[in-house]
Design a protein around this ligand. Structure first.
Ligand SMILES: [Zn+2]
Length: 298
């Protein structure tokens, strides 16, 4: 199909899905978001494609339906990945929940990348766990955050270009001041536990983030999850920093990733929505919510 026809189909698909979203029960929404993001028409949501465009518009519309003012911020891959052959533009979706307390000038960033590695004409790679799951969880969290008042401001960042050297989050983190931005919590792969038990891993790079670690260790007690620190895993650190939280660390903003750590089928055709555990995904959302409540009190 020509690019224009594909874009029109993707947009029509978007309109139908958003209309249905208004009639849906809350408990069904994460599945509906997952269904949208992993549909074949979006071809795995690669940065710079129509699938990325339609995904960004979907996320923005969902946030607006929850009462947020959401913006799409464009970035250039060429700016962070000089060797990249073509100057592709990507799109981050951002929404701010303004704090109402004494520390409202301080910002906590919660992020998840919505882009995938993309598909070829022969192989569809739906990128369900990596990272439609984090995107879906962050949309659920956006709704939950509205149920209480926050001292600090919370920025929801749906990044693209994570699969292209993390260019979306790099562009973002280099544009902000680490003085106002206190912490980043990044969700990357929160839908497919490594074992049958509900286990979630929080990966940290070094000990100077003990503040975030201790907050999560307390928060996890309010969930049915078990927390494992990345540094305690045998395969760490090879991929412990392999996501958007690295872009925050690089500019001096303490960051962690919440992840299932299950890399067995990502970036391939088997990363499908049918193997996503929504009970687990929901608990990951609860974990971040509980951690935020504790962080916000500091
Ligand atoms: Zn990822």
């Amino acid at each position: 199909m020509a690019r224009k026809v594909l874009l029109i189909s993707a947009l029509a698909f978007l309109v139908v899905n958003l209309a249905e979203a208004n009639e849906r029960k809350n408990s069904e929404q994460p599945k509906a978001d997952m269904n949208f993001l992993t549909d074949e028409i979006l071809a795995g949501r690669k940065v710079g494609t129509n699938g990325e465009d339609a995904s960004a518009l979907y996320i923005k519309s969902r946030l607006e339906s929850l009462g947020y003012e959401a913006t799409i911020a464009t970035f250039s891959i060429k700016d962070c990945w000089h060797a990249h052959e073509t100057p592709v533009n990507g799109k981050n979706v951002l929404a701010l929940l303004k704090g109402s307390g004494r520390k409202s000038e301080e910002v906590i960033v919660i992020s998840a990348h919505f882009d995938g590695v993309g598909s070829s004409s022969m192989t569809f790679r739906p990128a369900a766990d990596d990272n439609a799951s984090g995107t879906v969880a962050l949309l659920a969290l956006a709704e939950k955050l509205k149920t209480r008042k926050w001292n600090r401001s919370i920025l929801l960042a749906y990044f693209s270009g994570e699969e292209a050297a993390g260019c979306g989050s790099t562009a973002f983190s280099q544009s902000v001041s680490s003085d106002n931005f206190r912490w980043n919590i990044n969700l990357d792969m929160v839908g497919r536990p490594r074992t049958s038990s509900l286990t979630v891993m929080m990966l940290t790079g070094n000990d100077d983030q003990s503040e975030l670690v201790s907050v999560f260790q307390k928060a996890v007690k309010k969930t049915r999850l078990k927390l494992v620190l990345g540094k305690d895993l045998p395969e760490y650190p090879p991929w412990g920093w392999a996501s958007d939280h690295r872009s925050f660390r690089d500019v001096g903003i303490p960051s962690v990733m919440v992840s299932d750590g299950n890399g067995s089928v990502i970036h391939g055709p088997q990363d499908v929505k049918e193997t996503i555990n929504f009970d687990y995904l929901n608990e990951a959302t609860n974990l971040v919510f509980e951690a935020l409540k504790r962080l916000d009190k500091r």
